[in-house]
Ligand binder design. Structure first.
Ligand SMILES: [Zn+2]
Length: 581
């Protein structure tokens, strides 16, 4: 799982279980503002539309049973690259076969091999030089950095520092922080989050017309910043950490000082910046001062289209030594083949991650909710497809069930699939994220993270309405949760992706029930050995939720046309270009 404060378990950023529980107050805030239901827009027409009540239920007793198995002691927390990976992969494959699914890989197997590399950096200082004056930033205290180069060491040496504002190029907002300046071989200093453009009507607020207003877009994510560094040929990228726009403290960043896993790309990641890292706000302010610049003033300028990169007249040097190990992990994939001879080559993809943290001195990280439960739901939603009966007909298009590896290490298995897809993304209609579910009873509502991004939300709204329920956005769009789970890798490549989450309005419970269950989750269980199946689990809400997302997948597979991103989505242009080819 990325960053903690999450309404649901699975996001990756904090790679170490011991760092799990940091931001609790945010959670409280998540539930205090009651999200408003929003009207759905008209759906792409679905041929032979079948009412929700005529579709089979998802068997939640079976979901519970799979969850018990996958989170049992025997599975020891399902760490990639261990014998427990074999156990987990075999279990999922066996279950998919029992359900009657065909191999999901075109090579006739139920797996996709995912090569991973673990890189552990040795602590090193970062040295800034202005004229002959040197300033040394202390590892972990002032700077957290790493290299993604699959190599014994990486360095920047006397690399010129250039402040590039938010480091963003966003054509749809006519925004370019680089203005054509060549930054090859330089080290870029960037701000975190989206450009904080004030609303011309009310300067106290962010302009809702650019970068999603209060909501974070992908341009605000730290991963985007490093990707831009690669695109621009930079030697290094240093993000200035600020707690509020980042959404987490520097202590969370400090969690990235240990081993980090990554995909092994053909170029061994050598085209990425040599050094990627974060510096503290204090270190940044001191740096700008030594360069004769005012950080706050430049930050203000960076929130305008007129901003131009500012060479700081300071150089940076850092050498990071690595220890490396490689792991051959696997995604598990199985398909329910479509009934239409032409359309069966097109896919709706359900995903959940099978991996978790394994075990350490604290015990076994069972990962029951995170994410044995998601895998269990994947199996039983697959089974529901086999139970479709008149008036429902089998889906015309194929349904792919994909259990990915390496989510806890940074959404790696899903990244691998989306970059080297088994079935073309141009023929992939949608991704539905199955990570983690509600185990606390029925709700009157459902949360859709990133609500309004694509027409998939309309499908979900329609299905939920058939249960007399409403859907709404997550309470904290500014935290960018949409960009922190596996479905995002599909979105990033252009495929519309849905990220469902539990509702907050529990039937027959006090108003603060959702808040309390979440707090308990975040303070006690999330990424700890206490994430186990509890006697208190109530699957009644899950049964309804899964039916909604089963119906969404089924109806998308039957639809006349592909679901689209809504206008204003940062992924829309990519999808349109892909479908034109
Ligand atoms: Zn997790």
């Amino acid at each position: 799982m990325q960053v903690l404060a999450r309404l649901k378990p699975s996001r990756s950023f904090v790679p170490r279980p011991s760092r799990s529980i940091i931001v609790v107050s945010v959670l409280a805030a998540a539930c205090s503002s009651e999200p408003k239901p929003q009207p759905a827009s008209p759906l792409p027409s679905v041929s032979g539309h079948v009412a929700l009540g005529r579709l089979p239920d998802v068997d939640t007793d079976a979901v519970l049973q799979h969850t018990r198995v996958l989170s049992s002691n025997e599975y020891e927390g399902r760490a990639p690259g261990t014998k427990r990976e074999d156990l987990t992969v075999n279990y999922l494959q066996d279950q998919f076969i029992k359900v009657g699914l065909k191999p999901g890989n075109a090579d006739g197997t139920y797996v996709q091999k995912v090569p991973l590399v673990g890189i552990t950096p040795t602590p090193a200082p970062l040295v800034f030089t202005k004229d002959s004056q040197q300033t040394t930033l202390k590892w972990k205290d002032d700077v957290v950095a790493w290299t993604k180069h699959v190599a014994p060491s990486a360095e920047i040496k006397d690399s010129e520092l250039v402040f590039v504002g938010y480091g963003v190029v966003a054509p749809e907002f006519e925004w370019d922080d680089y203005k054509g300046i060549d930054v090859t071989g330089k080290t870029l200093v960037m701000l975190i989050n989206d450009p904080a453009v004030p609303d011309p009507v009310n300067a106290e607020q962010l302009d809702p017309k650019v970068f999603g207003g209060k909501a974070m877009t992908y341009y605000g994510r730290w991963t985007y910043k490093y990707e831009m560094g690669k695109q621009k040929g930079a030697a290094g990228v240093l993000i200035v950490h600020e707690t509020e726009p980042a959404g987490y403290g520097f202590n969370v960043v400090q969690g990235k000082t240990g081993e980090q896993f990554d995909l092994v790309t053909p170029d061994k990641n050598m085209t990425r910046p040599s050094i990627e890292g974060w510096i503290t706000l204090d270190s940044a302010k001191a740096l700008f001062q030594s360069a004769g610049q005012d950080f706050d003033e430049l930050k203000k300028q960076a929130a305008t289209r007129e901003f131009r990169p500012v060479p700081l007249g300071v150089t940076a040097s850092m050498t990071i030594k690595n220890s490396l190990r490689t792991i051959n992990s696997r995604n598990v994939l199985a398909k329910f083949e479509g009934s239409d001879p032409q359309l069966k080559s097109e896919y709706v993809v359900y995903t959940a991650h099978w991996d978790h943290f394994g075990k350490n001195a604290d015990g076994i990280f069972h990962g029951a909710e995170d994410d044995a439960l998601g895998c269990a739901a994947l199996i039983e939603v697959a089974r529901a497809f086999t139970k479709l009966a008149p008036p429902a007909t089998p889906p015309k298009r194929s349904i792919l069930f994909l259990a990915v590896t390496g989510e806890e290490q940074g959404l790696l298995g899903s990244e691998y699939y989306s970059v080297t897809p088994v079935h073309p993304l141009a023929k992939t209609l949608a991704n539905i994220n199955m990570d983690s579910w509600n185990v606390h009873g029925r709700t009157k509502d459902l949360t859709l993270v990133g609500f309004g991004a694509s027409e998939l939300d309309d499908y979900a709204a329609e299905a939920a309405a058939e249960q007399g329920r409403v859907v709404h956005a997550d309470a904290e769009p500014e935290k960018g949760f949409y960009y922190r789970s596996d479905h995002f890798n599909f979105a990033k490549q252009g495929v519309p992706a849905l990220d469902p989450e539990a509702g907050v309005d529990y039937i027959g419970q006090p108003a603060d029930y959702a808040k309390k269950t979440r707090e308990e989750w975040n303070t006690v269980r999330y990424h700890t050995p206490k994430d186990v199946v509890l006697p208190s689990w109530n699957m009644d809400g899950l049964r309804e939720d899964l039916k909604v997302f089963f119906a969404v997948g089924y109806r998308v597979a039957q639809a006349e046309k592909f679901p689209a991103w809504k206008p204003g989505s940062e992924f829309r242009a990519k999808r349109e270009a892909m479908l034109k080819q």
